[in-house]
Design a protein. Structure first.
Length: 422
């Protein structure tokens, strides 16, 4: 009897999401993603305090993003082979230490090295965190939305935290920014204790390998759309503060407020994305989000004065509603390589855009910041075109015995059979 229950893989007491674990993982995610938001939030202070050019300042974002973009899929591939729960607290600390050291010395090279270390820490965190969160969510879009919400809150808090710290002592006060990392490491350790994460991750990997075949063609198209989203998001994150100052005539508070709105709107958008996906399907929601982003980004670039903040909020919604859906879609397109899928989708969504930031900065130095941001309007449209032919993948949890936790639509019973997302 015990063996037959194992074969069915759906014991009743394990089909629902684990709220405490999801809450701890979400909170830890918030602490880690402070350091992704902090790098962009530090850019105006590097420009004003060290007289960096736009290109030099965007190079700092590149240093954090480039290594993260390259290394994150590697960590994902490693977690496909071995459960590595110890990465969560360790990577949280590494991410925090890098940002904490970024303002200590006046050397540009040392600043680049410090934020690069932070980028590696962030890269190491996300694939394993996404795997543990997915196992704890039991396939619930809403639960994964709450996990992603933590990261969005971290982004939103970052500019306020950075502004408060740097205002007390300039860039040399950045060592104070290590405190969220300490809290994040403790939260991650607590989450791992609640679920015995090593066994959970291993079980999740085994279930994924049994669930169906990898659909690389769909995954590549999804990843292309995420890259378009990433360039828009990181480009705006890097320069929105400076752009808003110019377009509204405000000072540092005006720019900080715009960055806060850009990040905070994502908190609402991520949770809404999970709920909307339960009703309309993930692919449909993601497509509509990219369409909204085209109009919203155009408003950010072209509209002057205080109304610009409305378009910043709409841009945030358009970019963040699909955030957690990208992750679960990628995992379901590659059910045999959940770690790799998490590393690419969750990593590219917030890091690969940093590669384009120096190009935007160089163009801004040669022309104007408004001209340099104009090409961002077209990228969500390119993402929409890539998403246009995608179909909703079957979820491994549905194949194993029915979707858990708040899903509104039944999934097909056979692996590999897709239903329309329309």
């Amino acid at each position: 009897m015990r063996r037959s229950r194992h074969d069915r893989r759906v014991p009743k007491n394990r089909t629902a999401p684990r709220p405490r674990t999801v809450t701890l993982m979400s909170s830890g995610h918030a602490c880690v993603d402070v350091y992704q938001g902090a790098v962009a939030a530090l850019v105006p202070f590097f420009v004003s305090e060290r007289a960096y050019t736009y290109a030099a300042a965007s190079g700092i974002v590149l240093a954090a993003s480039l290594l993260s973009s390259v290394v994150q899929p590697l960590f994902g591939a490693l977690t496909d082979r071995w459960a590595m729960p110890w990465l969560l607290p360790v990577s949280a600390l590494v991410g925090g230490v890098g940002v904490a050291l970024s303002g200590v010395g006046g050397s540009y090279a040392l600043t680049l090295a410090a934020v690069a270390v932070s980028g590696i820490g962030v890269a190491a965190y996300h694939p394993e965190a996404a795997r543990v969160a997915r196992a704890a969510s039991r396939g619930s879009h809403v639960a994964m939305g709450w996990f992603s919400l933590g990261g969005n809150i971290g982004f939103a808090v970052a500019p306020l935290l950075v502004a408060a710290v740097v205002a007390t002592g300039g860039l040399r006060a950045t060592p104070l920014l290590v405190l969220p990392a300490v809290a994040g490491a403790a939260l991650c350790a607590a989450a791992l204790r609640t679920v015995r994460a090593t066994g959970t991750a291993a079980a999740g990997a085994s279930a994924g390998r049994a669930a169906g075949e990898d659909d690389w063609a769909s995954f590549v198209r999804l990843s292309g759309a995420i890259m378009c989203r990433s360039v828009v998001f990181v480009g705006l994150s890097t320069f929105i503060s400076l752009h808003v100052r110019q377009r509204t005539g405000g000072g540092e508070p005006a720019g900080t407020a715009a960055l806060f709105v850009l990040y905070l709107g994502g908190a609402v958008g991520t949770v809404a994305g999970g709920k909307l996906a339960g009703r309309y399907g993930r692919i449909a929601v993601v497509r509509w989000s990219y369409a909204l982003a085209v109009l919203a980004v155009a408003g950010v670039v072209l509209v002057p004065g205080p109304p610009l903040y409305l378009f910043v909020a709409l841009t945030s919604a358009g970019l963040y509603v699909p955030f957690s859906l990208h992750v679960t879609l990628g995992q379901d397109y590659l059910p045999r390589r959940v770690g790799t899928a998490s590393g690419v989708t969750l990593g590219l969504a917030v890091s690969v855009g940093g590669v384009a930031s120096p190009l935007i900065g160089t163009l801004a130095d040669a022309t104007s910041l408004r001209v340099a941001l104009t090409p961002l309007i077209a990228l969500p449209a390119v993402g929409w075109l890539l998403l246009r032919t995608l179909r909703e993948p079957a979820m491994p949890e549905a194949v194993a015995g029915g979707r858990a936790g708040g899903a509104a639509r039944p999934e097909p019973e056979r692996p590999g059979v897709r239903r329309s997302g329309r």
